[in-house]
Design a protein around this ligand. Sequence first.
Ligand code: DGL
Length: 355
Amino acid sequence: MKRNSILRVIATVVAMGGFATAPQAADLPNIKVLATGGTIAGAQASATEYGYKSGAYDVNSLLKAVPNLDKLAVLTGEQVANIGSQDMNDEIWLKLAKRLNASLAEPGTSGALITHGTDTLEETSYFLSLVTKSDKPVVMVGSMRPATATSADGPGNIYNGVAVVTNPGAKGKGTLVVLNDTIHYARNVVKTDTTSVQTFESINRGPAGLVNTGKVFWFEPMDKKLGPASEFSIDALDQLPRVDVIYAHANMSADLIDAAIRNGAKGIVVAGVGDGNMTTPALDALTKAAKGGVVVVRSSRLPSGITLRNNEVNDDEKGFVASGELNPAKSRVLLQLALTKTKDPVAIQKMFYEY
Ligand code: DGL
């Protein structure tokens, strides 16, 4: 190339602000990636088959499949579990929460990203938001299509998840959930569709923000207590109290309520019809259970709205708790943690308004 052409190229580059040099690792935040399995790590037998196996890939394979992550953060992966999240259990919850708290306590760690199946992501994220004692950002991501699918959504969710967890606005917001370009508070988010990539919604309150190609836009702050301010600690726990969820329906009997109590449930959440209602036989069985020291929470099987205290059921008289905005799955999470502190339904009702 002649000297003048070279000079023209240099002049053009200078006019454009110079070569965009990749940020140096030393300048990037350190993010811990805790993987638990799920569809995001899933693999089909072949691209033309629907069925797939969750948790087929490990955390480092997932991260390698996402271009340009090295421009956002230095990521360190750890495989906490590798399961479909329909198999999530209290043992993995406690292990994940303890690894998360320990990782965030490391001075050099700026935040954490957690990969998880979507079936129980709304429960795990709420649990973590209540017991994580750091205000450093925590973001959970999953996917609705396996890693081997055409137009897999996992890599984009991971990229956006890292963009959110490294964004200054994510600090102090508790555990966030990022899928399909949307940011949700753990407390508000629910899975609403069995297969669509647009499945997570914060039906009652709306999303915490949006993220598109890594650019983050925040909406309303969260007005409920979160981990650093919560009274709940899992440090000394190696199990959680048993809480069962029972789905209400026409002609509901007391049989499953009686079975839950016989099997050691310390709390029962009823996914009630309407505003947390149920048949008289079920109501009588739960009233008896509450008088016997089992904590009863009325929630609703409906996707939106608030389960009101003393609406059609006199909670004061029966010693029940009304779940407010929390759906049955999240009510179970909060009741498990509440039962590590108290069995008093009045004190627990206060927690359902605070968390
Ligand atoms: N096996 C389910 C799970 O791991 C699939 C849902 C998903 O991850 O998208 O939750």
